[in-house]
Design a protein around this ligand. Structure first.
Ligand SMILES: Cc1cc2nc3c(=O)[nH]c(=O)nc-3n(C[C@H](O)[C@H](O)[C@H](O)COP(=O)(O)OP(=O)(O)OC[C@H]3O[C@@H](n4cnc5c(N)ncnc54)[C@H](O)[C@@H]3O)c2cc1C
Length: 433
């Protein structure tokens, strides 16, 4: 084959192939996730454990997510772009601000908020991460650690998604070891100067409100600040080439002498320990993302196996496939119960950071097994985002890692049950290495 100069210039494939067939023409036997499958994972009828308000919220979210969001997200996931036009649809869910009472926030129970998180993640994990960062991290930090003026100023418009928030703790050099963060806050007349770098910050490329943690150079303690979009010295650039949560715009933030007025310092954050108030609740929410993802994957597989025929029978007729389906369903039941119990412990004021850590770690590990089974069950279509499971499979990976990796959450629980912290390796004094 000879390559023409125009082919060399435009790339070999330009003008050679034809556009991809629409998926329903290319593969008529099974329905893609743009027509979302019915929910069939509540085998043990856990809906009975929810209050009528929580059940109604669940139905409403499910309807909006299936009808308005499912047809849109695959394309944006593929492009790794945020579908700004769906923000009004997400606003109708009225979940931003979740458990915060007053200030235009919905004041949901933690169980209601968890169910909402799962229902959003069931259809699209990126959308649930977008809401989670905005609501359970940025808004909750303002709600728990902000002054009354700060709450009045930010929470009502954030609850309506007219203003979007992000939450910046992680740095390039400090991921799991976040308490060693090095961004500095230096006191100057009338405010503070922030200097440093943040990494992985969800929503940061377009957020109106950035909650930023920095080390107070006078006390050496971690403080929290509200920084507004467009403040001189602040810049955020998108992290490219992610394999999961591709709709979420994660950014690298640079802070160069960013001036923050005194009234934008969060009075409730005077040390790293204060972030635990927020992380305890948000970790429960993060634990419900893998539950929702697994529900969606199970629902998708359940429909697909009945539609797809091989060897003259639907895939659902094969024993090996049934065993996988049952294993997935069993995992969903167990994950739901653990997540539900976490919520009840939180609501009764008995939840410890160790409880939350084990919940997040165990649930995300079980979900990993569940989505991997789903990916197998769909054969070749299991690697296509169009049939949900490949997207869900990839989306679970960052969730396994963020809000404390699996390992770190295990160590948090390990410290609680043994009384021994094992985060820092013990380096032998007379090591010969
Ligand atoms: C998609 C995405 C979104 C994110 N969003 C945000 C956000 O909005 N805001 C924010 O502040 N951060 C965010 N993060 C950052 C996230 O919280 C960190 O990635 C996470 O804490 C892990 O840090 P790291 O990536 O630096 O991994 P590292 O800390 O480098 O860890 C690498 C590996 O070493 C293991 N490890 C580390 N320390 C120990 C130890 N002591 N003992 C045993 N094993 C250990 C880890 O478990 C992991 O397997 C996000 C991350 C991702 C991927």
């Amino acid at each position: 084959m000879t390559i023409s100069s125009s082919q060399k210039k435009g790339g070999l494939h330009k003008g050679v192939g034809l556009p991809a067939l629409d998926i329903s023409l290319a593969f008529p036997q099974a329905t893609p996730a743009s027509v979302f499958p019915p929910s069939v994972s509540d085998y043990y009828q856990f809906d009975d454990l929810l209050t009528p308000e929580e059940q109604a919220l669940r139905r409403k979210i499910r309807e909006v997510m299936e009808k308005e969001i499912a047809p849109v997200v695959t394309e944006y996931w593929e492009k790794a772009e945020f579908p700004f036009h769906i923000i009004p649809n997400l606003a109708t869910l009225k979940v931003a601000g979740s458990t915060i009472k007053g200030y235009g926030c919905p004041g949901l129970s933690i169980t209601g908020s968890a169910i909402a998180t799962a229902e959003i993640a069931r259809v699209d994990a990126s959308c649930s991460t977008f809401i989670l960062v905005h609501s359970s991290l940025a808004m909750l930090t303002i709600g728990l650690c902000g002054s009354d003026e700060q709450k009045q100023k930010y929470l009502p418009s954030m609850a309506e998604l007219r203003m979007i928030g992000c939450w910046a703790l992680t740095e390039p050099d400090n991921g799991s070891d976040a308490s060693s963060l090095r961004t500095t806050a230096t006191k100057v007349a009338g405010g503070w100067l922030l200097n440093g770098q943040k990494r992985w910050i969800g929503n940061s490329t377009f957020a109106d409100v950035l909650v930023i943690f920095a080390r107070n150079t006078t006390t050496n303690q971690i403080n929290g600040y509200i920084v507004k979009k467009g403040t001189p010295g602040l810049s955020a650039t998108k992290i490219e080439n992610k394999i999961g949560l591709r709709i979420v715009q994660n950014g690298d933030i640079l802070l160069k002498n960013v001036f923050v007025p005194d009234e934008e310092r969060l009075p409730g954050v005077s040390s790293f320990k204060d972030t635990n108030k927020v992380l305890a609740a948000s970790r429960v929410m993060v634990a419900w993302q893998p539950i929702g993802i697994s529900m969606g994957v199970y629902d998708m597989c359940h429909r697909y196996l009945k539609e797809r025929q091989q060897f003259g029978a639907p895939l659902a007729a094969f024993q090996l496939n049934q065993e996988k389906l049952v294993r997935m369903l069993g995992n969903v039941q167990a994950m739901f119960l653990v997540g539900w119990r976490l919520c009840k412990l939180y609501e009764s004021g008995k939840m410890t950071i160790g409880h939350a850590g084990m919940g997040k770690a165990w649930i995300s590990a079980k979900a990993r097994e569940t989505v991997a089974l789903g990916r197998e069950l769909l054969g070749g279509n299991g690697i296509l985002a169009d049939f949900l499971v490949a997207k869900a499979f990839c989306d679970l990976e960052p969730i396994f890692t963020y809000e404390g990796t699996y390992d770190i959450n295990c160590l948090v629980t390990g410290r609680e049950i043994t009384g021994i912290a094992s985060f820092k390796p013990v380096v032998a004094k007379h090591s010969r290495m």
